[in-house]
Design a protein around this ligand. Structure first.
Ligand code: UGA
Length: 446
């Protein structure tokens, strides 16, 4: 977006992974995002360059954005919760090693509060006379809507200490974003705001999902409840869609990171409060499978279930922490035969995700899991073919194309009674009932 909006700024994207860089330089970008290819194709070779020459790019730059991943630690202190800052630290050391003169270093990765302290210390102790300012500029874009979010953000947050450095970054964004949307804060507020924003958003989904469970046993309808509370402008209508559970690479990781920070700073009650958001999400995924099993006469063993959608939401090929992974695993463990269709996710990616989540602690698949993956898991090339001879359809991602499926033809080729479990409340109950389907949405009894 900077390359697009500021033709006079030279943007170099560098990565140590040559395969990734080759993809960025090709027609098949490594991520699917509506509108992204057009922008890359327009600026590539002009003021946008992708390369593996990291040192050269750093030494030529006035401003360096650190945008590496910060996965959850899988080992040692804080395993399962704290962020692994290994890659951020390596970046800081590399920047320090090759820099001369003065540079502004911008934290773009999502980081725990006070990481900038570590980055500053590394930069000021390892460098060769170079000087640095550190800014925090967290990314708020969501996948699937990334281009629009970057073009018209609700706000851009820039945290820092030196007003001159803050001003330099403000001037970049001010080329296309109104100044009142450029918020400047101290470093620590900026770092903490990112984790807090994700925790609040995820909390809304877990709150409405908690209410969905209550709706199912009281004949209330969760969509009606969401609409009713969403009209209170203090609550607002966004991010209140009940679902099979939130997924994606950010929410769970960032909340657990927040939980870890609270524990670290001796605030166990605050940690437990936020951890509950994640627990509610796990409950929602489990509950969806239990409802399918109960409705299909208490057994899905040897029954065929069509799974529509595997990505963590529509308009992305990202499957990280997708609710579909856990739901498919649980269905396989119930011995169901599942056939998955997703318009953007490959069979290899689906199998890889399920293998990871079915492995034992030793990193191996048990013979039973291996057999279930080989014999009970299939991937189809269309929503309709996935439903062929199925007992039920489970909608797990809200892809638009599912709304216009040929339900009459699909109904004809399914076992009867033919069930639809709509984990996204995407389809219309009345319409499906007319074709003969038994329909169950999230947060609606019946
Ligand atoms: C999220 C935040 O929305 C971004 O602001 C943030 O920048 C990003 O994380 C990040 O930290 O990088 P993202 O994970 O791409 O973005 O996706 P969301 O649109 O937030 O959706 C997350 C999950 O919640 C999805 O599985 C989605 O289906 C689910 N969701 C969302 C619901 O179940 N109901 C809703 O009403 C909204």
């Amino acid at each position: 977006m900077i390359a697009k909006q500021c033709p006079d700024i030279d943007v170099k994207v560098v990565d140590i992974n040559p395969t990734r860089i080759a993809q960025w330089n090709s027609r098949e970008l490594p991520v699917y995002e509506p509108g992204l290819y057009e922008i890359v194709a327009d600026r590539r070779g002009k003021n946008l360059h992708f390369s593996t020459e990291v040192d050269q790019a750093i030494s030529a730059a006035d401003m360096v954005f650190i945008s590496v991943n910060t996965p959850t630690k899988t080992f040692g202190t804080g395993a399962g919760k704290a962020a692994n800052l290994e890659y951020v630290e390596k970046c800081a050391r590399q920047i320090a090693r090759v820099s001369t003169g003065h540079k502004i270093v911008v934290e773009k990765s999502t980081l725990p509060v006070r990481t900038a302290e570590a980055v500053k210390t590394i930069l000021s102790n390892t460098g060769d006379g170079a000087t640095f300012d550190v800014l925090s500029n967290p990314e708020f874009l969501a996948e699937g809507t990334a281009i629009d979010d970057l073009l018209n953000p609700d706000r851009v947050l820039i945290g820092g200490e030196n007003p001159t450095a803050i001003h330099a970054l403000v001037e970049v964004y001010a080329r296309w974003i109104p100044r009142e949307k450029l918020l400047t804060t101290n470093l620590w507020s900026s770092e903490l705001s990112k984790l807090t924003a994700n925790a609040f958003l995820a909390q809304r989904v877990s709150s409405i999902n908690a209410i969905s469970a209550l709706c199912e046993v009281t004949e209330a309808d969760v969509d009606e409840v969401a609409a009713a509370i969403g009209t209170d402008s203090r609550i607002g209508p966004k991010f209140l869609r009940a679902s099979v559970g939130f997924g994606g690479s950010c929410f769970q990781k960032d909340i657990l990171n927040l939980v870890y920070l609270c524990e670290y700073f001796g605030l166990p009650e605050v940690a437990a409060y936020w951890e509950q958001v994640v627990k509610m999400n796990d409950y929602q995924k489990r509950r969806f499978v239990q409802r399918i099993v109960r409705t299909l006469f208490n057994t899905v063993s040897d029954k065929k279930i069509a799974v529509w959608g595997f990505a963590f939401k529509k308009d992305t090929n990202d499957t990280r922490e997708s609710a579909a992974i856990y739901i498919c695993r649980d269905l396989l463990e119930e011995r169901a035969k599942i056939t998955i269709y997703d318009p953007k996710v490959s069979e290899a990616q689906i199998r890889h995700e399920l293998e990871l989540v079915m492995q034992g602690p030793d990193g191996r698949l048990s013979p039973v899991s291996e057999r279930l993956l080989a014999e009970n898991l299939h991937v189809a090339a269309s929503a309709e073919s996935a439903a062929h001879q199925a007992h039920a359809i489970a909608v797990l991602t809200e892809w638009d194309e599912f709304k216009t499926a040929n339900f009459s033809a699909i109904y004809d080729q399914m076992h009867k009674p033919a069930f639809v479990f709509d984990g996204r409340n995407l389809l219309k109950k009345n319409q499906l009932s007319q074709f003969g389907f038994q329909y169950q949405g999230i947060g609606v009894s019946g």
